[in-house]
Write a protein that binds this ligand. Structure first.
Ligand code: APR
Length: 316
């Protein structure tokens, strides 16, 4: 039993992703959760529902809902999923301006009420939104982290496991770059219990898995028709939150602020990070091929054009 401090987690945005993140945090008993949303009654209703599940699911952490940012006061960790989800036919960049405005107002409130928190951003377009959050919050970069690679690599792990008929738990992958069609899955860092997948399946199946991973978000959007993925995104953010809150030092691909790593500067991109109590405690520079490096830089161009878009509309 932990006798340590009780953590406070603010899940900002009580929609599909935010409420699922709250649920996973409660089930892991990571801390008390404050669900925050602008819709009246919505976060309160979800928080009460989650509280009423507690006796059955066996958690006793508190969950409250609010429309008042003052209630996030002193939060140790903020998970931000507020914004519009991607609809069929919409690109992540279409969401840029609207979600940029939402992110700006949320950052003002986090800065005011939870200035010491670590912030995990989920809102899309992810790499641009987390950069915006970093700029608006003016927190040290290690405390502002984007959730993307963890989700993309979890998708790739599932696809590899499905293809080979093996346990998903045995599959490890690494996905770099932006959270979009230009992400850079790394098959040569993909293993099944230490066995490289190149030894287990032919190249055309690896290529198909890489492609499906790149389009993983879109595949769910096409199926759901009325929204975008939420279980896996929320689970990924909570995996990151767990590593920070419990100081686990898990190595996870996250969107982190780069200052020269991989030849990229002042940009948020997906790279392997060590996550602990100080947030991003280390960025790991992998040995990658020239083609992968070129793909990573292409993916950075997409993020830069998003940042330029925010500058054009006066948000940054
Ligand atoms: N403050 C708090 N909540 C807000 C704000 C705001 N300023 N603006 C919007 N919201 C809330 C909405 O009221 C809604 O409840 O954000 C919530 C978003 O929930 P959903 O529409 O269900 O979207 P969701 O599927 O959770 O996706 C949220 O995560 O994966 C990304 O692309 C996805 O950017 C999207 C985000």
């Amino acid at each position: 039993m932990s006798t340590g401090k009780k953590f406070k987690i603010a899940s900002i945005g009580a929609g599909n992703v935010g409420a699922s993140a709250a649920q996973y945090c409660l089930e892991l008993e990571l801390g008390d959760v404050v669900l925050t949303d602008i819709l009246e009654g919505f976060p309160q209703g979800k928080a009460l529902d989650l509280t009423e599940a507690g006796p059955i699911r066996g958690y006793s952490s508190q969950c409250t809902g609010t429309n008042d940012y003052a209630d996030i006061e002193g939060a140790d960790l903020c998970i931000v999923s507020a914004g519009l989800p991607r609809k069929p036919g919409m690109t992540r960049l279409d969401l840029l301006e609207k979600n940029g405005q939402i992110m700006t107002s949320i950052c003002e409130n986090i800065k005011k009420y939870a200035p010491e928190s670590t912030v995990i951003v989920i809102t899309n377009p992810l790499d641009v939104m987390v950069y915006l959050a970093y700029k608006k919050l003016e927190f040290p970069a290690n405390r502002v982290i984007g959730m993307a690679g963890c989700l993309d690599s979890s998708r790739m792990r599932s696809f590899v496991a499905m293809e080979l008929g093996v346990s998903m738990k045995n599959v490890d992958t690494m996905v770099l770059g932006s959270h979009g069609d230009d992400m850079v899955p790394l098959p040569h860092y993909t293993t099944v219990s230490g066995i490289p997948i190149t030894k287990l399946m032919p190249q055309d199946r690896i290529d198909a898995i890489v492609e499906r991973t790149r389009k993983g978000g879109g595949e769910i959007v096409q199926l759901l028709k009325t929204g975008s993925a939420f279980y896996a995104p929320a689970a990924s953010a909570v995996r990151m939150a767990q590593s920070v809150i419990r100081d686990e030092k898990q190595v996870l691909p996250c969107a982190a602020h780069l200052t020269g790593q991989y030849g990229l500067n002042d940009i948020y991109m997906g790279v392997p990070c060590v996550l602990g109590k100080d947030g991003v405690e280390k960025i790991i520079e992998l040995d990658i091929t020239d083609a992968e490096r070129a793909a990573l830089h292409k993916s950075a161009e997409e993020v830069k054009s998003g940042i330029a878009g925010l500058q054009e509309v006066g948000i940054l």
